[in-house]
Design a protein around this ligand. Sequence first.
Ligand SMILES: Nc1ncnc2c1ncn2[C@@H]1O[C@H](COP(=O)(O)OP(=O)(O)O)[C@@H](O)[C@H]1O
Ligand SMILES: [Mg+2]
Length: 313
Amino acid sequence: MIECRDLTKKYGELFAVDRLSLKLEPGDVYGFIGPNGSGKTTTMRMLATLLNPSWGEATVCGHSIYTGSKEIRRAIGYMPDFFGVYDDMKVAEYLEFFAAAYRIRGEARKKKVDQVLDYVDLGYKRDALVTSLSRGMTQRLGLARTLLHDPQVLLLDEPASGLDPRARIEMRELIKRLRRENKTIMLSSHILPELADICNKLGIIERGKLLFNGSVAEAEAEVRKVRGGRVFLVSVGERNTEAANRLGTYKEVASAAFEPKAGVVRVALRAGHDDGRFIPERLIAEKFKLQSFREEDINIEDVFLTITKGITN
Ligand SMILES: Nc1ncnc2c1ncn2[C@@H]1O[C@H](COP(=O)(O)OP(=O)(O)O)[C@@H](O)[C@H]1O
Ligand SMILES: [Mg+2]
């Protein structure tokens, strides 16, 4: 649905986007993560055919950004990080204005506006002035605007930026819903955990360069590689320290230590021992009372730290 090869944008001597290559399949939700100024907006604007690259190629829905801008604009919904405020315009009028730009006419236009307002849960604000909306509502209105022409591909630039926790959760839910409708979604964020856990693919960009590009599973595998082996958390209640000492003697275990704060024994396996089921089995056999057992989560911060460390070291 989206493919870039060596996509590059130079401003003077600055490589805002530096030979970026990536590929999104239909239904992918791609988390495009990087600090401010790393090139996210520039990339998305090039894909939306609003900005010409310095060199490189990109196709969206099979159309080249150089020759297919008309087709691409019809197929995508681009939500910019900031959109202009329209003084004295009511919410429904704002959407009708954009629907008209997409040549949606008459009854169909009214129906479509109602439908997208309903989708982002702003129906009750249809007669409110756009300028009176909260940041969260404004972002939802922006999303409604990108949905008017029923695009298959969505480019959402920092959709959750500046939102309070509640509004952020609402935005997440909306994106999850779009994912269920099998839209291909590229969403950017400079805050790591914000939206990344609703993605199946990740790209980590820094100073215009894609440091990592792959599936969430590949990112997790990368973290495991650096960690050496899988890590499990087990609790046997009162006898945790004893259990840690016992586990430490097993040949499969690289280290086992009781972590009082979490109330669990952290068991790191040696590389090559991937199956942790022996841990609860043997603890039970040795008459420990098992309370909990699970694999340690690999969260998006771990992924980011591992990957960026791998690069800077
Ligand atoms: N029109 C422009 N002229 C000069 N430099 C620009 C322009 N737009 C962006 N840049 C620079 O390109 C880099 C990437 O910017 P941007 O894509 O907006 O990053 P992000 O969206 O990740 O915050 C930044 O260093 C920014 O200052
Ligand atoms: Mg940006």
